[in-house]
Design a protein around this ligand. Sequence first.
Ligand code: NIG
Ligand code: FE
Length: 413
Amino acid sequence: MAATLFTNIRQLVNIREEDQLLRGKALAYLPVLKNAYLMVEDGIIAAYGLMDEMPESLTVVEEIVDASGQMILPCWCDSHTHLVFAASREEEFVDKIKGLSYAEIAARGGGILNSAKKLNDTSESELIRLAWNRIQELIRMGTGAVEIKSGYGLSVEGELKMLRVIKKLKETSPIPVKATFLGAHSYPPAYKDNHSGYIDLIKNEMLPVIAEEELADYIDVFCETGFFSKEETIDICKAGMAHGLIPKIHANQLHLSGGVQAGVELGALSVDHLETMDEEAIRLLAASNTIGTLLPTAAFFLRMPFQPARQLIDAGTAIALASDFNPGSSPSGNMNLVIAMSCIQMKMLPEEAINAATVNGAFAMGLQDSLGSITVGKKANLILTKPIPSLAYLPYAFGSSNIDRVMIAGEWA
Ligand code: NIG
Ligand code: FE
C-alpha cells in the first residue's frame, strides 16, 4: 500500500470534519492543528492529529516526511479558467500600454475574436499539448483542481473541438477537471448583426451534441453590455439547463449587466467577476445560494477597480477566488498571486482568502466531497510549504515562491 506519513507539521491547515459553504464570519475561521501529523494512504487522507498523540503503528510506512517548520494546506481549487487557448496575446498588452482601449483592440479583430481565430486554426492535439503544459505549471503552483471553459471556438466545430480537448484533459490530467460550455462568450464575425441567429446556433446545433457526448458540466454566458444581455443570458442558460448543465455566469465585469440578477434567478452555482457591483446586486447575491467568484488578477491586468470583497463578505455572500487564467485578461493561473492580491487590494484576511480558494473553490466546481479541506477520506492533493513563520506570510511575501512540494492523489507532483 502506497503511504506517506508527514510528521512535525508546523500547521496543518483547514482541517474539517464536514464541509459547508462558507459565508460571513465563517469565512474568516480557518481551523488549523499545530505540531501535527498527517497520514496519506492510497492517494487519500487517511488520518491526522497532534504529534503527541500519533499512534506508533503509523511509522511503518514507505515514506516519512519530516515537515518541521512547514505547513500543509489542501491544494487550491481554481473554479474559473479559460486555459485551453492557442496562443498568447502580448501584442494587445503592449497596445494597451500605448493607450488603446479594450473596444479599440476588439474593433481591430483583437480580444476574444483574436483567440477564436487562432483556436479554429489549431489542431486538437496541439491544443491538448499546450493546455497540458499549463496544467502542469498550475500543479507546481499548488492548484489541485481546475475548471476550464470553452468560448474561443465560437463556431459549432470550434466549440465542440474545445470541449473535446477539455474532455481529453479530464481523462488524463492528474488533477480533477470540470468543463464549462461558454459558446456565448462573444459573437463570431458572421453573426455580428444577427445575434439571435448565433444564439439559435448555440441552442440548436451546439447544446444537443454537447449533451449527447457529455462534453460539459456547466453552462456559462458572458453577460455584458455589448455581448449578451440579461434576457439572452437567461434564455441560453435555460436551454443548457434543459440539457442538464448547471449555470456559472460571467457577470458584472465591465458594467452592471444584470448578470448577478440572472444568476440568482436561475439558481446558478456561481456568478463570476463582479468588478462592477451596486448595493442591489450585493444584497441579492448575499441572500442567495449562488457563490460570488472573484477574479482579482483579471481586474489587476485590465487596470480595473478590484471587486468589493469586503462589502460582499460583510453582506453574507459566499465568496470563492479563482484565477480566470486566459490570454486576454489574466495571463496567469497563479492562485498564490490571486490570494495575495485579495489580501493586499481587496482587504480580505489571509484566512478568508485561503478558505475562498479551497473550501468555497471546491464548492464552486462541485468537488466539495473530495477536495478543498484536510478531511479524512478526501483526495490527498496537498501543498507542502517551505518553512514559513505564519500563514499570513503566504500573501505577505507575495513575490516569493513559498511552496516546497505539491502532492497530487498521494504522489509527488
Ligand atoms: O473572463 N470576460 C470575458 N472573458 C474573459 C476574457 C477573455 C479574453 O479576453 O480572451 C474573462 O476575463
Ligand atoms: Fe473568465
